[in-house]
Design a protein around this ligand. Structure first.
Ligand code: DQA
Length: 152
């Protein structure tokens, strides 16, 4: 029997469980649960399945990045505030060895200076910021095209 293709991992960092409630003027009104459903639907159009998770704990996110080394085809990561602080997340991602797309709902470069540095960006194939929940859907398309390889 043909082996089932590996899923893409979509990981979400701290406070993203509060989407829809938290600063909606910045992050929009779509909940993370709704985004998870939209992502699964979009991924399906590319024949991809999704593992969609959120954690407020740095160590748990690192465990999931390590898990993704063998269990995923690639990753979309919204690291939340750990984007700007976590050297440990950076090191875990260095060992991922799968295509990585970094995303943010807001545009961190249009916000406070402490959001301008990312420990993730240098390891990502690409970065998508500022499109609200749409950042996730654009990232699914981007990761799918990376997985499909260069256009003929
Ligand atoms: C965020 C941007 C980060 O600066 C912030 O800490 C978040 C959300 C975004 O999706 O816009 O928690 O990652």
């Amino acid at each position: 029997m043909a082996k089932k293709p590996l899923p893409i991992y979509v990981l979400n960092g701290p406070n993203l469980n509060l989407l829809g409630l938290r600063e909606p003027e910045i992050y929009g009104r779509t909940t993370l649960n709704e985004i998870g459903k939209m992502v699964a639907k979009q991924a399906k159009t590319h024949g991809l399945s999704v593992v969609f998770r959120q954690s407020n704990h740095e160590g748990e996110l690192i465990d999931w990045v390590q898990e993704a080394r063998t269990k995923s085809a690639g990753m979309i990561l919204n690291g939340g505030a750990y984007t700007h602080t976590s050297l440990a997340l950076h090191d875990a991602l260095r060992a991922l060895d799968k295509p990585l797309v970094e995303i943010h709902l807001s545009n961190p470069f249009a916000r406070e200076e402490f959001r301008h540095h990312s420990y993730i960006s240098s390891l990502a194939k690409g970065v998508i910021v500022g499109f609200g929940a749409g950042s996730y859907l654009l990232a699914v398309d981007a990761l799918a095209s990376l997985l499909e390889g260069p256009a003929a």
